[in-house]
Design a binder for this molecule. Structure first.
Ligand code: SAM
Length: 271
């Protein structure tokens, strides 16, 4: 699994060059794209294509070749294979067939966007691309809105603004860092609140990574927020499962929802 540059061709490692020179075959996401890199490195090797849609079938062909004694390098168009790129299937297949898999580390847009973001690098969640389907996209954002970890998202330029709007609407106007065209001529980092970043985005061209600050709510606030999303009956059952008395449950619900015991009592009067 050989990482290749995400823009600046100088970012290829000495080991990656050595491996690409030594293998019998290079399996590439897009052979024309990889050929440009190989020409730059003056490497001549047979290429075979494999991409998301044919990854499963191609994996079997590649594993057969490996079992017959060939060494194969897997590369994607840019960065680390398997990271929002094909690679996962062939690794799974290789493990099943007891084939050795060797990582040749290198560039990855997510990690480089994170380390330059100024946002906590301690714990993070890498999402990759959000689903295209709006409903599924919103569901994922709802799921992560209370997460106290940095979030990393890949996005295509034509969807960047609408995704930033969705993030702002669901997660709030958080601090973000937009890493644009990392390692390329027009490399740029736009940092600030989501609304500020949207206003300062003049030219939405090129490749972007969105790094979002995690939620800064305390565990208690998180719990209250989650409980407030429940219906009164769901809220009641939540405490019921903890074997609490009806009176105690009503008291707790009123506190969680910042309302009076009487109001909650009225609701449950006939239950
Ligand atoms: N495998 C790659 C990696 O290791 O980062 C990711 C491939 S994914 C198909 C492409 C997405 O990665 C882009 O849409 C963008 O979000 C991000 N990306 C890749 N190269 C980038 C760069 N030079 N600058 C900013 N983002 C980049």
């Amino acid at each position: 699994m050989v990482a290749t540059p995400i823009g600046n061709l100088d970012d290829i490692t000495i080991r990656a060059i050595k491996v690409l020179n030594d293998v019998d075959l290079i399996a590439a996401e897009d052979t024309r794209h990889t050929l440009k890199l190989l020409n730059h490195l003056k490497i001549k090797k047979p290429l075979i294509s494999y991409y998301k849609q044919n990854e499963k079938i191609k994996s079997n062909i590649l594993i057969d070749k490996i079992l017959k004694g060939e060494n194969i390098a897997i590369v994607s168009d840019a960065g680390t294979p398997g990271i929002s790129d094909p690679g996962e299937e062939i690794v799974k297949e290789a493990i099943k067939n007891k084939v050795d898999i060797i990582p040749i580390p290198g560039a990855c847009a997510a990690i480089n966007a994170l380390i330059t973001s100024g946002i906590s690098t301690k714990e993070f969640l890498f999402i990759g691309f959000l689903p295209v389907n709006k409903k599924e996209k919103i569901e994922i954002l709802e799921e992560i809105k209370l997460l106290n970890k940095t979030i990393i998202i890949y996005e295509a330029p034509h969807k960047l603004i609408s995704t930033l709007e969705d993030i702002k609407n669901i997660l709030g106007d958080r601090n973000i860092s937009l890493a644009k065209e990392i390692t390329k001529i027009h490399e740029e980092f736009i940092r600030g609140k989501i609304s500020e970043c949207i206003s300062s985005l003049k030219d939405v061209k090129g490749e972007f990574v969105i790094v979002i600050e995690g939620s800064n709510k305390t565990k208690k606030e998180e719990k209250e927020e989650i409980l407030r999303t429940l219906t009164l009956d769901e809220h009641f059952n939540y405490y019921k499962k903890q074997n609490l008395e009806k009176k105690e449950i009503i008291k707790k619900i009123a506190k969680d929802r910042n309302t009076t015991k009487n109001e909650i009592y009225q609701y449950f009067l006939n239950k």
